[in-house]
Structures are given as C-alpha cells and as structure tokens.
Design a protein around this ligand. Sequence first.
Ligand SMILES: [Ca+2]
Ligand SMILES: [Ca+2]
Ligand SMILES: [Ca+2]
Length: 620
Amino acid sequence: MYTKRKLGLALAFIFCFAVSVFAQAPSVTKVDPPTWWARHTINPVRLLVRGTNLKDAKVRSLNPQLRVSEVSVNEKGSYLFASVEISPSLPAGKYPLLVESASGSAMIPFSLEAPLDPQTNFQGVTTDDVIYLIMTDRFADGDPSNNAPKDSPPEANDRNNPRAFHGGDLRGVINHLPYLKDLGVTAIWLTPWYDNWNGVNRCSKPWCPNTYYHGYHAIDYYAVEDHFGDLATLRELVQKAHAMGIKIIQDQVANHVGSRHPWVTDPPLPSWFHGTLAQHQLNKFHNCALLSPHSNNQDFRNTLDGWFSDDLPDMNQEEPEVARYEIQNALWWVGMTGIDGIREDTIQYMPRFFIRDLSNALHRQYPKLWMVGEVFERDAAQTAFFIGGHTGWDGIDTKLDSVFDFALWNASLFVFTNKAPMRFLPHQLKYDALYPDASKVTVLANNHDTTRFMSLDGATLSGAMMHIAFVLSVRGIPQLYVGEEIAMEGKDDPDNRRDFPFAAFRAGGRDAKERQMFDWTRAWIRLRREHAALRSGKLIDLFSDDETYVFARQLGTETVVVAFNRENKSKEINIPVGSIRVKDGVTLKSLIGEAASVRVVNGEARLTLSPQTAMAFGVQ
Ligand SMILES: [Ca+2]
Ligand SMILES: [Ca+2]
Ligand SMILES: [Ca+2]
C-alpha cells in the first residue's frame, strides 16, 4: 500500500516534469505600464506584457472591478496585449492579473496609483517662463554611488572620454536648484532619463568608444537610467523644483528606441518597427517631404520610416498598438512624476496624425500640459507647419503647443557674430506671419546639438551678451542651454557637452568673464520677470540698419523699448515712438545697465545707444 502510493507520487512528479518540459507554463517578466489610475481619460488601459509561453493564454483579473478584454498574443508567444477597464470607484492599490494556459499560470503585477495634485503639478509652460536645458550626465554628480552600475565596464564611465558617462545625475540637479533659482530660470528641460544601455560601443571610427550617456537610445520606456537615479529621486526632484517655483520638462523620444532594446530581437508585433536591424532604410533627411504637397511617396515614406541612424530602430506609429503604447507612456510619466511639459525629440519624423493624437491625449488628461516639438529646420515655413492651431494642406492640425524657433536662433547667431547685418533679425521675424500665434514658439539660445556661442567663428563676449539679451526680450518662450550663462566654450557634439565647471555654481568661484555673463543673463531674466510687456507684449519694429535693431514690446499701457547696437562706438538714433502711442513729453528711462533718460519730442525719442551692447528703456 505504502509502496504503491510512493510509486504514484513518483509517476505524478515525472508527469508534471514532462508537461513543464514539453508544454511549459507561462511566465511574465515585464508589464508596460506597471501602474495606472482610476477615473483616467484613458480607460481601458492597454497593457503590453512580456514573458514566455503566452500563446493561447487567457488573462483575467482577480478583482471584479478590473475587466480584461481584447487579449492578443504575438506569434512567438513572447508578448501579450490586454485591455484593462478600471472601475472609477476602485481605490489605489495592487491589482494583479492572472495569465493562464493549459500548462499553468503566472501573475501579471499591476497596480493603481493615487493621482498627484493637479493644483501643483502638470502646470504647462508659457511666455512667463524661462527654460534651462540640462544634460543630466554633464551637470553635477550628486550621488557617486550610481557612477558605475554593476553591468557597466570601466570604459563606459571614463570621465576623460567625452562620449562616456561622467557621473552627473538627478541628485546633482536637486542639489543645485538654488543655483538655478538665483539665475532666475523657471523651467528645467532635462535630456532623456529613460534607461539606456550601460555598455560601451567599440569600433574603429573616431566616435568610438562611445556610450549612451545622452539618453536618446532607450532600452526601457518605463525605467529611469540607473546612472541618473530612480523613479523616487525623479519624483523628489519634481516636487522640490515645484516648491521653488521651477517646472520640469521631460525629453521624450517616441520616434525611435536604442538598438539594444529587447524589442529589436523580439518585436511584440512584426509591424512594431519600420524594418529590422538587418534590413531598414536610413533617413535621408529630406525634411520638406511632409511640408511639400508635391512630394513623391518614396520621399514621404523615407521621412517617416527611415532610421535616424543604424542604431536607432524607428517606431511605426501607423501600427495602432504602437501609437497606443507610446501615448500611454507619455501620459504615464506625466502622471507618475507631476512634470509640467514635454520636449518631443525628432518630431518631424513621425506621422502628423500621431502628433495630433498625442497632443490631444495629453491635453484631455492634463489641460495645461505643454509640449514643444523639435523640428530642427532653419526655415520658418517648416517649423510653422508643425505647430498646432492651424490646419495643414493634409487636413491635420497637430495641436502641438510649441516648436523651437531654429530660424530665429540661426539669424541671431549670424547677426551677433557679425556675419549678417542687424536688419536680418526683423527680416527673419516677418515670417511670424506663417504662425497662427508666433508668441507660442520656443526661442532657443542654443542646445546640446549646436556649437556653443563662444566657439563660433567671430564670437565675442559682447556678441554672446547681445544674443542672450535678444533671446530674453524677443517674442516667444526663451530657452537657455546650461553653461551659456557663464560663456562656456564647446564646438560640435560632444565638445558642446563638457562637464559644467563645479566652481561656477558659487558666485565666488566664477572668473571675471563667467561673472560678467552670469550677472548679465540674470539681469535680463529679472527684467523679463518684472515687465509683463517683455513676456507677452506685441513686438513692434521701430528701427533697423546694418548695425542696429530697435523694437518695442507693448502690452496694454506698458511699453518697453529694446535696442541693440553692435558697432564699437555709441550711436544716436531717432526712434518714432509716436507711432506706438507714446506721447510727447514723456520720458524713456533705461531699465538695465547705464542710467539714461530721454524725453519724447515731436513723436520721436533720440536714443544714445552704447557700443556693442543691448539696452532696454521703459516709458514713464
Ligand atoms: Ca552620479
Ligand atoms: Ca542604464
Ligand atoms: Ca519615424
């Protein structure tokens, strides 16, 4: 009897073992998104579950207030999609799902979060803000313990290699919020914080060895780069920045992922990417293909489907599962962290209907949230085509809040390095006619992809000072790049991404040139803060010639006159302020730099412009 039972147990064991070998039970290794919210505008939420043996699996919720539907599994059984409808009354908590097949079952971890306070989060960005771009890896190392993750070779973290990780992190940004507050910026744009590969690329080219310290090669859309910190640190950063009146902008990259992403060898669907690592087209960057109604289909498809580089697999937003995944991911980061805005990378290589659907989804859940798209084009017709608020020839309004004004940035660099006459600025600004509302554009001073001002041919400190004053006084939302406020040098990428000099965080640690540039930048930011006309007033051209440009910003009864003179001698010019309703007898007083005042006579103010500088005058 006893022996028979033992034999039975042994047979049962062998049977189970055989089943597990020949028809294995499902397993789950990842779920995107891992959390969501009740009463969200996206309901049901679509889950993407990674695992093994998911073929023919069924998914059910252990809680009747979550309803699972539309389950589909890829051919290989390695990915499963499921829609989960969340009852509005369900409180925050853990709500695992069960995936079952004939061979066994596994848990899908999933939970509901309590929403963050919309009164203090998701505030959007307006012309009242000054944005400051930080490349996290190169700003400040606040936590040396994350500088060399276990799976990273020493070469990947070599500070002497400009293409390796240098140790900067989210804690470093938190620690230097007082520096940014003192400078006066009100919004920080951080380069992507998605988890990137920790390894090092080797090749015989000059750009090797290199790493993904910059964050543009995501291997997980739902994880924080381990060199930078974790989700808790990110939330702490947003909370502490908000408490100081500083907003946070996330750099999102929906166009492509890194070639080390697990999807690349095992895509959730055959239509997940445009092509494969072995077989794909490269983007030829014929960027006008979407703008021009006359493009041929091959150029049009190449712009959308071409890979940005051979190691940036291009996501296919025309596959509805991809679009749904990416829109949810964008909303997940906003909801989890409380950020105020998104900078969307390489936006002109994605379908315009996708930009529209993404913008609509963001605004539906977070009405004030702001998104700026990178359309890296020096042609205002191209950038204006992508901003929201008007319908293109293709019948699409992208609803995109803002675009970077690369055309005006380019003009300003030319003018203030003496390569074009000053009147090039108003000539460029006339193309504001192409925008439904040009005050919505984001005016970059520079960014991490461009040569720093002080390393341009013909650059001078006075030129850099006029350039920054122009960015801070012209219409639009100004965006500065870390280090420009201390006149850092740096040629092309990665030279323009040198480590921020630690000493310069303290006023006493800045040398004469750094101090001059910092104090000037801070003074113009303060001027902008103190004068609503400089933030949102109408821009009116008053005077321009080869060496001079004068314009007014006017809002209600407030008028500020801004003047640039790049000649190396002072200059007297008559400004027709009567044409902007400034009456005879009133006084124009300088608001920055040397004290000066001038009375308006016969509709004109005779301004004396100091050499090689920018001035601002208030009307009293
Ligand atoms: Ca660190
Ligand atoms: Ca990493
Ligand atoms: Ca694309």
